[in-house]
Design a protein around this ligand. Structure first.
Ligand SMILES: [Zn+2]
Length: 253
């Protein structure tokens, strides 16, 4: 904006030498300030700062993106989340980058692979969570955990695509299609209670968080923002299931 309003002065043939000097100086100073501002924003992003309010527009443009699976990303996935027998075409999957607030209150960069059908939903939801400073400990590709769900959950990793069966059955999980996501899974475990009173908790380390009548941090329930946003976007919450309660899990048909 400022450049455009300055240019007419420079091209005006009646302008005096001193005016031209002043305008040129002003123009140079403006350019220097713009350059400084851009560099400062870049530095902000690289350093993953705790204060982002002034550069939200820039960061959302750069970091909330959905792209086809690149060769580099596919190499990370092959034989792990993208197994040899995977029936989901690579072209249907998307690589998503988001920003989120960690448990330490600092901004972090996250990455997910999901189905293209829910890519726009996830971008919108994670933008809202970011704006609200919603804490998510980490969002890494499950391939960083060798696509082992228990290990990923133990590290409280939020993840989406993983070609696998539902534990203990032949049914393909919604994660296999990239249409399910697990949020802060350690604090929101998958809990199965049997008639004999016994209970299975996944991850095992999340047993302390199986009792949902307790109050604790990072708990997803009906008052939780993540629950509300996913619901608004047409997702089903595993915490609403009957036979099994999967408090970390949201899926969309
Ligand atoms: Zn899940």
């Amino acid at each position: 904006m400022f450049i455009h309003s300055t240019l007419p002065y420079i091209t005006n043939r009646y302008i005096t030498i001193s005016e031209l000097y002043m305008k040129t100086t002003l123009f140079a100073v403006t350019l220097a300030m713009m350059s400084f501002s851009t560099n400062a924003q870049k530095a902000n992003i690289n350093n993953l700062p705790s204060q982002h309010s002034n550069s939200t527009n820039t960061t959302t443009t750069i970091h909330f993106t959905a792209e086809p699976i690149s060769e580099a990303v596919f190499k990370r996935m092959q034989g792990k989340s993208y197994k040899a027998n995977c029936t989901i075409p690579r072209s249907e999957l998307r690589y998503i980058r988001v920003l989120h607030y960690g448990f330490d209150g600092k901004v972090k960069s996250g990455e997910l692979v999901c189905h293209r059908d829910i890519a726009a939903d996830l971008i919108e939801i994670f933008k809202e969570l970011y704006k609200a400073h919603y804490p998510i400990e980490r969002i890494q590709l499950i391939d960083d955990y060798n696509a082992d769900d228990e290990t990923s959950m133990l590290h409280n990793n939020t993840s989406c695509f993983n070609y696998r069966r539902v534990a203990g059955s032949k049914t393909l999980s919604y994660h296999s299609r990239g249409k399910a996501i697990d949020i802060n899974p350690l604090y929101n475990p998958c809990v199965k209670r049997r008639k004999d009173g016994s209970m299975t908790v996944e991850p095992k380390a999340g047993r302390a968080y199986a009792n949902r009548t307790k109050t604790f941090k990072y708990k997803i329930d009906h008052n939780d923002l993540a629950y509300q946003l996913f619901k608004m976007h047409g997702f089903t919450w595993g915490g609403d299931w009957r036979s099994l309660k999967d408090y970390q899990h949201f899926e969309k048909k």
